[in-house]
Ligand binder design. Structure first.
Ligand SMILES: O=C(CO)[C@@H](O)[C@H](O)[C@H](O)[C@H](O)COP(=O)(O)O
Ligand SMILES: [Zn+2]
Length: 194
């Protein structure tokens, strides 16, 4: 038998989601700036790298695939790599060095000055994303923080910080997906591919 709380939970999640989404327009300048920085990097032969944990790892992969595959328009493939997908690299680096290093070490191997790294973290405090952001800055890689809560430790490390104004992880992730899709649209537009 279905629990009587099921419709109530969905309604309250929906209410919370809609309240948050009504506030997201305040992030328009940061989202536009992030789209411009990524498009400029791609136009110069750079690439977009992404990292995050759990649901944010899925978001990183999702956005990368919109670039290498396609988003809306039929166009050339674009350089997007999620640092979350290589289970051999993740387990080797995690096992032999530290889990905090799993993204930073891949970034040192694969990143180049002129690339952009998006770090996705709802708390802004995931240590492996923080290490990756610090490494990006050392390497001349633009760091875009796709964050939540108060932006955490990642906010001051971000060249562009997009901080979703919520303390609920799931709602923040829902907003991150909208922003990720918007970045893909902005990239296609800025590169004249739309
Ligand atoms: O998807 C969810 C929760 O909705 C989880 O997998 C969540 O992403 C994980 O707990 C992450 O480790 C949280 O990391 P962060 O967002 O604080 O950086
Ligand atoms: Zn989730």
């Amino acid at each position: 038998m279905m629990s009587s709380s099921a419709p109530t939970l969905f309604q309250s999640n929906l209410d919370e989601h809609l309240r948050l989404f009504h506030q997201l327009a305040t992030l328009t300048p940061e989202v536009n700036e992030a789209g411009r920085r990524i498009a400029a990097a791609l136009a110069q032969g750079g690439k977009l790298l992404l990292c995050g944990n759990g649901g944010s790892a899925a978001d990183a992969q999702h956005i990368a695939s919109e670039l290498t595959g396609r988003f809306i328009h039929e166009r050339r493939p674009l350089a997007g790599i999620a640092l979350t997908t290589d289970s051999s690299a993740l387990t080797c680096i995690g096992n032999d060095y530290a889990f905090d290093e799993v993204f930073a070490r891949q970034l040192r191997a694969l990143g180049r000055s002129g690339d952009v790294l998006i770090g996705i973290s709802t708390s802004g405090h995931s240590a492996n994303v923080v290490k990756a952001a610090q490494t990006a800055r050392e390497m001349g890689i633009v760091f875009i923080g796709l964050l939540g809560r108060d932006g955490g430790a990642l906010k001051p490390l971000s060249d562009v910080a997009i901080v979703v104004p919520s303390v609920v992880t799931a709602r923040i992730q829902e907003a991150h997906l909208l922003i990720g899709h918007t970045l893909c649209g902005l990239i296609e537009h800025e590169l004249g591919l739309a």
